[in-house]
Design a protein around this ligand. Structure first.
Ligand SMILES: Cc1cc2nc3c(=O)[nH]c(=O)nc-3n(C[C@H](O)[C@H](O)[C@H](O)COP(=O)(O)OP(=O)(O)OC[C@H]3O[C@@H](n4cnc5c(N)ncnc54)[C@H](O)[C@@H]3O)c2cc1C
Length: 381
């Protein structure tokens, strides 16, 4: 398997693996417990080039390919899933969006600090009343001279508290016949007048990644901060989700891999009935299925990433990878808790945390139901 990776891809994975082993695994439980954002670790990730992996070097990135990105992201997710959420949103959505759709000025002003890890980016599509049905958003933007005034609120925004720059989607023309043409994407800085961070949400998992509401009250955004064209925002949102879903699928593989590794180690240590529990075939079969399903998920992720690197359409493959890998992560982490027995259910052992972290991979960037809809639609083409 490794033979198919280039030297550079293997080097990036090794760098992320060592960082995860040394800095993330030993501290992840602490950040989960305190719900603190691990600012120093995020800064170190920036210095390692992990916050803008696929962005060209001239814009502050590492100039790597998508396959390198997923190899690194899996390692980060294995070490601290919450930081992989932050990394995925910054890379796949904030950075990639600004690179793909931004003007040269926007790239120099916003992409360079985001990709180099000096600033942290977010993506604000969901609202209190519209999640899966994102096109029905209520946040509006009205042009007044050389600025837009944004009004409304966004819900569940990753890095809402710790982030600095957000891609915000708002309705600019509610009369447009096609709902998708009603929406525009804006680059919004936290310091803009009328921008407020709402309450930080107390979550089941991914607790070191802050998730907040964002509130816009006549928030002033200069016209030069429109990303792409006015009325093209929904297409921007959807195109970014192709890459985003590869990121979430990767994260799910990393979470599952960690739970599997802890389960395997525990099975070879824990004794019952005078033997290692690994010697019971029931436990061996669980581990065999966990390893197999994880490998299948990983291959789907690598396939989607390889298609993307080849410049081919990968929306369906990204959805398949996300659907399969996230459901696998939930299944594998459930089995890991089972292997640990009662110890799996308490916080002194890591598997309950991976179990909690896994759940959201079936929800954000399109629920499993939405992925099935995307895949089903593609079957008729
Ligand atoms: C921790 C976390 C971080 C997040 N980060 C971000 C972020 O950074 N930016 C952002 O914009 N959003 C973010 N989200 C929001 C996330 O993308 C949404 O929660 C998700 O898209 C689902 O939307 P919803 O919660 O409104 O659920 P709903 O859309 O209300 O769905 C509720 C249920 O109905 C099902 N459903 C809905 N429509 C259909 C249908 N047509 N057919 C069948 N079933 C359907 C869903 O699958 C789900 O089971 C985050 C969410 C969480 C929990």
């Amino acid at each position: 398997m490794d033979l198919t990776f280039s030297d550079e891809q293997q080097m990036i994975r090794q760098m992320a693996r060592e960082f995860a082993d040394k800095e993330l695994l030993p501290t992840a439980a602490h950040y989960d417990e305190t719900q603190e954002f691990p600012r120093e670790l995020w800064q170190k990730m920036g210095r390692l080039g992990l916050m803008g992996l696929v962005i060209p070097e001239e814009y502050g990135g590492a100039g790597a390919d998508t396959l390198s990105y997923v190899l690194a992201l899996e390692e980060i997710a294995r070490g601290n899933p919450a930081l992989s959420t932050v990394m995925s949103v910054n890379n796949s959505l904030a950075c990639y969006g600004t690179w793909k759709f931004g003007t040269e000025e926007q790239k120099l002003k916003y992409l360079v600090p985001l990709a180099s890890g000096e600033k942290l980016g977010g993506y604000a599509l969901s609202e209190p009343g519209s999640g899966s049905d994102a096109v029905n958003m209520q946040t509006s933007a009205r042009r007044e001279g050389d600025r837009y005034l944004l009004n409304g609120s966004k819900m569940f925004i990753t890095s809402g508290q710790s982030g600095h720059v957000f891609l915000v989607f708002a309705v600019t023309n509610k009369e447009a016949p096609k709902p998708a043409d009603r929406i525009t994407c804006f680059i919004v800085e936290k310091g803009f007048p009328g921008f407020k961070v709402g309450k930080k949400l107390d979550k089941l998992g991914m607790r070191a990644s802050d998730t907040t509401e964002l509130i816009f009250e006549d928030c002033e955004v200069p016209v030069e901060n429109v990303l792409g064209k006015e009325g093209a925002g929904f297409r921007v949102a959807l195109q970014l989700l192709d890459g985003g879903r590869i990121g979430i699928a990767t994260q799910a593989v990393g979470i599952g891999q960690a739970a599997y590794e802890f389960g395997l180690k525990y099975a070879t240590e824990r004794q019952q009935f005078g033997q290692k529990i690994f010697d019971f075939q029931a436990i061996q079969f669980m581990l065999a299925d966990m390893a197999t399903r994880l490998e299948a998920s990983r291959l789907l992720v690598h396939r989607a990433a390889t298609l993307r690197d080849a410049g081919q359409p990968c929306g369906r493959e990204a959805s398949m990878a996300k659907l399969f890998a996230s459901e696998t992560a939930m299944w594998v982490t459930t089995k890991a808790v089972q292997i640990f027995g009662g110890y799996g259910y308490i916080k002194e052992y890591p598997v309950e945390r991976y179990f909690r972290d896994a759940k959201v991979t079936e929800i954000y960037e399109g629920t499993s139901e939405i992925q099935r809809m995307v895949i089903a639609k593609s079957l008729l083409k």
